[in-house]
Design a protein around this ligand. Sequence first.
Ligand SMILES: NC(=O)c1ccc[n+]([C@@H]2O[C@H](COP(=O)([O-])OP(=O)(O)OC[C@H]3O[C@@H](n4cnc5c(N)ncnc54)[C@H](O)[C@@H]3O)[C@@H](O)[C@H]2O)c1
Length: 392
Amino acid sequence: MTTVTNVFASFPHGSNTPGDQQEAGAPGHPQGAVTPALTAASHAGHEQIVFCQDAQTGLRAIIAIYSTALGPGLGGTRFYPYPSEDAALADVLNLSRAMAYKNSLAGLDLGGGKAVIIGDPVRDKSEALLRAYGRFVQSLGGRYVTACDMGTYSEDMDIVARECRYVTGRTVPNGGAGDSSVLTALGVFQGMRAAAEHAWGDASLEGRVVGVEGVGKVGHRLAGHLLEAGARVVICDVNSDTIRRTVAKHPEVEVAAGRDDLLARPLDIYSPCALGGALNDDSVARLSARIVCGGANNQLAHPGIEKILADRDILYAPDYLVNAGGVIQVADELAGFNFERARARADQIFATTRKIFALAGEEGVPPAVAADRLAERRMAEVGRLRGIWLGS
Ligand SMILES: NC(=O)c1ccc[n+]([C@@H]2O[C@H](COP(=O)([O-])OP(=O)(O)OC[C@H]3O[C@@H](n4cnc5c(N)ncnc54)[C@H](O)[C@@H]3O)[C@@H](O)[C@H]2O)c1
């Protein structure tokens, strides 16, 4: 059984035939009934949510498109063992909205979308499941373009691409952009330079002490850029192998015993490069750094933290602004991947970060609010142009 469902209460069960397309209000769902998914979507302001199911392969996926004002919604596919459909839906709605803002601020002609596959990637991933998923993405006709995220890799995108044209993040031999952390780390470094310029009047990071929390794909590359720029780098990670690998590559780094030790040190810059939620009431209260700039997504643990940071005179470089190098890298694939072109675009994160700090000053708001405003402005202004009739 294979079913595509647009904005529907949950994964359909029962006697749908292959290729069924069901919309809210379709047979079995009374016209006008408000479904949980529809309620969640309208609260979050999304354009479209698609539930995809293929019983034979065990595929259960949700694709969410927040906005196509600037172009097709681009965002990765997260493969994760969510405890419930509701948890998966909540995550995909948040993630797709965040992608719209990130892509807008990165200056890309791309909207925001994201997908989740519910399951354990180690146990449940198979060629057939990924290909089934690819067919669903293809069925959206390019409204959604996928990429890697947690639990999916470039090799998986190669498989998805066998059924679907709307895929990025493939392997280099298959025409892809490869590991997106290369330009993510570069973009964070550029954002950090802009923050240094704003805070200290000089973009140089020479002699600055930077605490990097999490030295995985992004963090260890960022440490490399920082050391090259003459900064002192202190790292921490929960994985001792990752620390060992980073120290082997960069013997100059200092290693903190853990997050608490890192936060207790006198830092000029704190760079969260591990999980989301790094900036909470507790960590912000303990922070000695003048700047926060890191690669992790969703760093602000709850609304209002951006204000607490500003009140403590800590300059926060918004996460989705400075970590956009990865999406810039994979988006470049859509035009036939050219690393130098993508790199030049990721370097622009310096100028955009500078612009956000200036706007925040002019409008008297924290940089996180200024970033949201600029992203929304571009979506509204450029999106409006679609209304200009081009003739037949
Ligand atoms: N890879 C990209 O291109 C990209 C793009 C944009 C945003 N991001 C975000 O950047 C962050 C890092 O991504 P990545 O690709 O480097 O992931 P990764 O899994 O390679 O690295 C994350 C590292 O953080 C460590 N870690 C986990 N919990 C920790 C903790 N509590 N304290 C210290 N270290 C901890 C892990 O051991 C791991 O080494 C994530 O939030 C990701 O969503 C990544």
